[in-house]
Design a protein around this ligand. Structure first.
Ligand code: URA
Length: 324
């Protein structure tokens, strides 16, 4: 028996199984490629990290390997790197490092996807329930409309904002005010129309502002917790290939993360297996018009286009870059 070659075999065995598990798991949720860049490498690294150290020989078989890595975001996964004992060996350069911490994410699984007619019927039924919702008495008594969402329910891309403002409440459609105009420009600059994507919010009703004739407020945690099941259902029916979370409240509502949008933006997240890109809320860019900030949001959108395998023109590539 040669312990070095046994360990080496085990290392490669685990790396290959983790990689395969990641690819199979992605395919299950509609992701059909692995990005050949640092973010693809990071997701593979994460998959490798979640292969349990204590896997029995049987559990290192292909079947068990796939099962082990199918839910890489589970909080129950082993924190220790499975290959940690090999870190000091000659071939430790093969061991991905540093480890990224597991991403907390929504844990409940996606139901099976529906075909187009069934999806249309299910979204119509959901819309009927949402517009009749009376779960938040203060919002019900202040609202003019329930803002369900707008766009193509078969869209590849979905945008999620915070909550309707006064304009959205008046028109019953998300993102139609000033921030909405900017979002529409962003969507068009990406090569879509508003009708080709789906746009929704964490809250379906405008947060009330008693005693104030104007202005908006952030949804309370209780309002978010009450309303978010509607959005979870909506996403499970629409099944976009990618999502964009606009601003910190959208990220908090979808992922439970409160790190702040400045830190999270530009870094792919996973919402129940759907790649989710956090970025600035367009209202932030209305307040801060620095080209460098616009470029950050735009880079996030370029990442989305790349993920969706959509062409990017040289002009698109260069938006908001300083002129030479
Ligand atoms: N801001 C949001 O987050 N959503 C809207 O619908 C409008 C403004």
């Amino acid at each position: 028996m040669n312990p070095i070659s046994d360990s080496r075999t085990l290392l490669f065995d685990r790396l290959i199984k983790a990689a395969l598990g990641k690819v199979h798991g992605d395919r299950e949720v509609g992701i059909h490629f692995l990005r050949a860049d640092s973010s693809g490498a990071a997701s593979l690294r994460k998959a490798v990290a979640h292969v349990p150290v204590t896997a029995s020989p049987a559990a290192t078989g292909a079947q068990a390997g796939l099962t082990d890595v199918e839910s890489p975001d589970s909080p129950t996964q082993t924190a220790r790197h499975p290959l940690a004992s090999l870190q000091n060996s000659n071939w430790s350069r093969l061991i991905p490092s540093p480890m990224s911490p597991p991403e907390p994410t929504v844990q409940f699984p996606m139901p099976a996807p529906l075909d187009r007619p069934a999806r249309e019927a299910a979204v119509a039924a959901l819309r009927a329930k949402v517009i009749a919702c009376t779960r938040c008495p203060n919002l019900v008594s202040a609202r003019k409309s329930v803002v369900f969402g707008v766009g193509d329910i078969h869209a590849r891309l979905m945008f999620v904002g915070e909550a309707p403002g006064a304009d959205e409440d008046a028109q019953g459609e998300p993102f139609v005010g000033k921030a909405g105009e900017l979002l529409t420009k962003i969507i068009i600059a990406m090569g879509f129309s508003r009708e080709q994507v789906f746009i929704a919010n964490i809250l379906k009703c405008r947060p009330d502002t008693p005693g104030q004739s104007a202005g908006n407020r952030k949804p309370t945690p209780a309002e978010m917790a009450t309303c978010i099941p509607w959005l979870h259902e909506q996403i499970a029916l629409i099944r976009p290939e990618a999502m964009v979370a606009l601003g910190a409240t959208a990220v908090e509502g979808l992922l439970g993360k409160t790190e702040g949008i400045t830190r999270l933006r530009g870094h792919w997240q996973s919402y129940r297996g759907i790649p989710l890109m956090p970025t600035f809320h367009p209202a932030y860019l209305l307040r801060n018009q620095a080209p460098a900030e616009k470029r950050k949001l735009w880079e996030d959108m370029l990442a989305v286009l790349r993920l969706l395998r959509l062409p990017i023109s040289p002009k698109q590539q260069d938006y908001f870059l300083p002129k030479p």
